[in-house]
Design a protein around this ligand. Structure first.
Ligand code: 6GU
Length: 241
């Protein structure tokens, strides 16, 4: 069966890109199926109210729990992971994407304003796993664009979605390091040459050079990733770089 993605949002049109490109083709091929749902269909007042003032005071509005409970009862199969995008969440990483890609599907609950009443996530945890996650240390107006990011990161790991398995295995972050630079023809371009080792035909030398470039780039741009590598991930040759 296809990997199932459901998104509940007050801006369903924002999720239109889910039907495009990589994901659209995966959907045509039956690898992924997507549902986008307007939260307001589960309101019960004439104004289709989804938010209210925060208890305790303060700025902004909080999304009311009742429409969310009705939406999740309708959309979420029991046991399916509920993902709640929030800048206050745990980090979404490649390891998280790989874990989620092994599950049958995901349901996303997009909050706006100052978030969703916390009792929705607490109640939803009674029916299956709930992940409150952030895609980075900045604040978005709502979870919709974060959902686009997460769905793309997860679905490209599903068997058959990306044509070349190796291009997934060698990705930046797949081994905890950044990918080094890539080059194509011409070998010399506007005074800039491709590193000669890549033209040498010496596959062992090329592999060593790529490993060194990956380590150098990670040290320069993401020293936090190097520091987080598990014991034994770096060889003596790596340390010599
Ligand atoms: Cl997942 N949601 C929102 N609203 N802001 C964010 C975020 C998510 N990740 C970083 N900033």
């Amino acid at each position: 069966p296809p990997f199932r993605v459901d998104v509940v949002t007050i801006f369903p049109e924002y999720l239109a890109p889910l039907r495009q490109s990589l994901l659209g083709k995966a959907a045509e091929r039956g690898l992924v199926s997507v549902g986008v749902h307007d939260l307001r269909q589960w309101t019960d007042d004439v104004h289709r109210t989804v938010d209210d003032a925060p208890y305790g005071g303060g700025p902004g509005m909080v999304m009311k729990p009742e429409p969310w409970a009705r939406a999740l009862e309708a959309v979420r199969p029991p046991g399916t992971r509920l993902v709640v995008p929030t800048p206050a969440g745990r980090p979404f990483t490649q390891a998280v994407a790989a874990e989620w890609a092994r599950e049958p599907g995901l349901v996303f609950a997009c909050g706006r304003y100052e978030g969703i009443d916390q009792r929705v996530a607490d109640w939803a945890a009674e029916a299956g796993p709930v992940s409150e996650v952030s895609i980075g240390d900045y604040v978005l107006a709502g979870g919709e664009s974060a959902v686009l990011v997460m769905v793309e990161a997860v679905t490209r790991l599903l068997p058959g979605v990306v044509g070349n398995r190796e291009s997934v295995e060698y990705d930046s972050h797949a081994d905890g390091l950044l990918e080094g630079p890539a080059y194509t023809r011409p070998a010399s371009w506007r005074g800039h040459d491709v590193p000669p080792v890549l033209l040498s035909g010496d596959h062992a030398a090329i592999a060593r050079w790529r490993r060194a470039e990956s380590l150098r780039r990670t040290a320069a741009r993401r020293p936090d990733l190097l520091a987080a590598l598990p014991e034994g991930a770096l060889t003596a040759a790596d340390r010599a770089v």
